[in-house]
Design a protein around this ligand. Structure first.
Ligand code: CMP
Length: 153
């Protein structure tokens, strides 16, 4: 089992797409184990996007990500980090394949609706940035036997 952090970005919240986007993850069989609506502060943006802080697009990215509330969530599932990124599609909504979340709902590189951790180290770091351990709900969903065979994990 893997866990990954997603952020439904300000464009997703403002466009009233929270429910439709979360449904894509739930429809796939992934589970939510933590979720909250919040404002990203400039300080949190700099920590979250540490690898982008020196890039030319960072000031605009910070203005965007702090400009309206986000919904942060932790998603759990088999190979969840890759599966979630596959569901999102390419970074730019213009390049993302139709059928992916960005391919279906975004026409922008910056306003690409959802952030998702890009690997196990990023997932651990980002989950800890947004959630305290006691905000994550460990539970065994009763639907699991109808999502996959017992030998699949
Ligand atoms: P995300 O997956 O959250 O990771 C970094 C974010 O920076 C990315 O999604 C986009 O919102 C934004 N981004 C990435 N590349 C560019 C770019 N070249 N110009 C503007 N914004 C970008």
């Amino acid at each position: 089992m893997e866990r990954t952090l997603i952020l439904l970005k300000p464009d997703c919240v403002e466009r009233r797409l929270i429910g439709r986007v979360l449904a894509r993850f739930e429809d796939k069989g992934l589970g939510l184990v933590a979720m909250k609506m919040m404002r990203v502060t400039p300080a949190l943006a700099k920590e979250h996007y540490a690898e982008h802080v020196s890039k030319p697009f960072y000031p605009a990215l910070e203005k965007f990500i702090t400009g309206a509330p986000v919904v942060a969530a932790v998603i759990e599932g088999l190979e969840a980090i890759r599966v979630v990124r596959d569901l999102l599609g390419a970074t730019s909504g213009l390049k993302a394949v139709a059928g992916t979340i960005r391919g279906d709902f975004s026409s922008s590189r910056q306003m690409n609706l959802v952030h998702a951790s890009d690997g196990p180290e990023a997932a651990a770091r980002e989950i800890a940035l947004y959630f305290k351990p006691n905000e994550i709900c460990d539970y065994a969903p009763t639907i699991t036997p109808w999502l996959r065979a017992p030998d699949e994990g």
